[in-house]
Design a binder for this molecule. Sequence first.
Ligand code: WTA
Length: 648
Amino acid sequence: MAESTGSGEVLPTQETYHPNIESYRQVYTESVETPEKFWEKHAQVLDWHRKWDKVLDESNPPFYRWFVGGKLNVSFNALDRHVQGNRRNKAAYIWVAENGDEKIVTYDGLYQRVNSFAKSLMDLGIKKGDRIIIYLPMILEAPVAMLAAARIGAVFSFVFAGFGAGALAERINDSKAKLVITADGAFRGGKIVKLKDIVDEALVQSSTVETVVVVERTKHDVQMQEGRDIWWHDIVGSRITYVEPEWMDATDPLYILYTSGTTGKPKGAVHGNGGYSVWIANTLKWAFNPGENDRWWCAADIGWVTGHSYIVFAPLFLGLTSIMFEGAITYPAPDRMWEIIERYRVNLLYTSPTAIRTLMRYGEKYPEKHDLSSLRVLGTVGEPINPAAWKWYYEHIGKSNSPIIDTYWQTETGGFMIAPPLALGLPPLKPGSGTFPMPGVVPVILDEKGKEIPAGEKGYIAYKRPWPGMFMTLNNDPERFKSTYFTKYPGMYYCGDYAIKDKDGYYWLLGRADEVLNVSGHRLGTIEVEDALISSPEVAESAVFGRPDPVKGEVIVAFVVVKEEHEGNGEVVNSIRKRIRTELGPIYVPEEIHIVKSLPKTRSGKIMRRVVKAVALNQLPGDISTLENSASVDEVKSAIEAFRKETS
Ligand code: WTA
C-alpha cells in the first residue's frame, strides 16, 4: 500500500525491495545506455519551476553541466511541496540533545522557521550569490540556516564546528563570506566548546565578514561586538513570514564544502542546485529504500558532506522523518546509540565503521540491554569497513536480519557512488564490499598508466562518465579542479582511492592512494597538519603520516625537529598539541609526536615522509637512493623504539 503525498514522490509504506539482482542490472544498463532518457525520468523526484532544455551539456569538459536551463529551489523541494501536500504535520526532525532533551519539528514548523530566517538574512542585506559561513553544532538552526540560504539563493559554506580558528579563517577568506552564523557554544561530551570565541579569533584574520549571527545554545557569557554581532532570537520574529523562493538555475551553486587534499590549502568543492539534488534524492532511495513511515537516522555531523546530503537535503526531499542527534555516541554511556534507537524506534541507521568499532569494544552487553527490533536497514560510510566490524554490526545490531549498506563516496561526488542497491535488487552481500555502482556510475580500475587492471587486482578507481551529483568546480580554482581530478586519467574523474573489482564484479574500496588521512572516517590532509606544525614557534621541520589503528582506521603520527633554542624544552610537545587544537581543531591533534634531531631528506632538501613512515611502521622503506642523510633514519628508528618501550 502506498500513501499519496500530494506532492513529490509516493514512498512505499513497507519494505518492498527485490532480492533479485537482475532488476538492478536492468536499471543500471538503462542508466548507462540511455543516460539522458534515464535522468529525464529520475529528475522527476524533484519539483521543477522550469524544465531543463538539456539533460547534460558536455561541451566543456570537465565542467559538465546537468539539467541546463532548468530552474528549481532546493528549499521549495525540501519543504513547500510537503507542506502543500500531505506531509504538513509530519515530523521532519526528531532532534535529540546531548542532555536527552528532545524537540520534534514538523515539515510545517521547519517551513515556518526557514521562511522566517530567510527573511532575516534578506533584512541583513544577503542576496542571491552572496556567500555565508555556517559554523554551528548539531542543532535545528543548522538545517534552518542551510535551507534559508538555499531559499534566497545565497551560497553557504558549512564549517564543521570541531574545526579551530585557523581552519575557519581560511574558509571564510577563500569563500569571501559576508556573514557568519554561529552559536555561543556547543555541548560536547558534557563540556562546552566556545564557538563564538573561535569565530572572534578567526575574524581577526579576515576582512570580508560584516555580520555575525549568534544562536543561543550553551548560554555562557559571550562578547558581542557592537555593530557586527547579533543574536539569532533578536532577528527571527514570531510573525509568520513567507519568502518567495528564488528560482535558481540548476547549475547555480548551492554550497561550497571544503575538503582535504594532498596539497596545503583545503579545496572548496562547489555543488550545484539541480544535478546534486537529483543525485542525492535518488541515491538515498536506491540504496536504503526508505518508507513513508520510517525513521531515518544518519548519525554523522552536518558539517561533513554526509550530513549535508543525507541529514539535510535528501531526506527532506523525500519527505522522511529523521533523527538528528547533538551528542557523542559514548556519552554518557556506551549504549547511547542503542538507547536512541529503542526510544525512537529507528528503522534505518547510517553510521561510520569507526563508530561501530568503538561500540563493539564495549561488548554485546550494551546493545543487548535494548530492543533494537525496529531496525530494518543498516548503513556505513566514510572508510573501509573491516569484515569483523561488519559481522558484529550485522549480527548484534541487525540480528542477522538487516542488510548492511556500505556506501562509498566522497565530498566531491555529492552522494553514494558504490553501494548495495536495496531498492533496485539487492545482491548477496560480501562483508567489506560496497557491491555495485549506483545507476549512472561507471567505475574502472586502472594501473598507474591508465590501463585497465584484471579482476582481483588492486588499482586506482576512476570514473568514465559524469554523473549528476558531481561537484561543478573548486571555488576560485577551476585550474586545480582540472589538474587534481581530471589529468591523471584524461577524460575521467580520478578520486584518489585504491580499489579492487573481484571476479563477481563486486567493488572493494581500500582507502586513499594519496597522502590524505582518514581518521575516524574524517578526511584530513597530512600537509595541513605539517603546515600547522611548522607554523608553531618551536618547530623547524616536520613529517606527518597515518598509522593504521584498529578502531579509528588511522591515527596521526608526527615527527618534528624543534628549533635549536627549544631543544630540551619539556613543554614543547604540549605546546604543539595545543597549537594544532586551536589552529585546526581537536581531530587534527597527532596521537604521537616524536622529536628527532633530523628527518630523512632528498639531496634537494625535500623531506621523505614515505621513508619516515616506513621506518616508524617497521616496513621496508622502498627506494632510498636519493636519501641524503642516512643517520636520520636511525634517529627515527630509535625515537620510535624508545616510544614503544615507554608505552608497552
Ligand atoms: C573514504 C565521505 C571505503 C575514501 C563520504 C574516500 C570510503 C573518502 C568509504 C572520502 C567506504 C568513504 N569504503 N572508503 N564506504 N566511504 N571512504 O570526502 O577514501 O569526507 O575518498 O566523504 O573517504 O571522504 P569524504
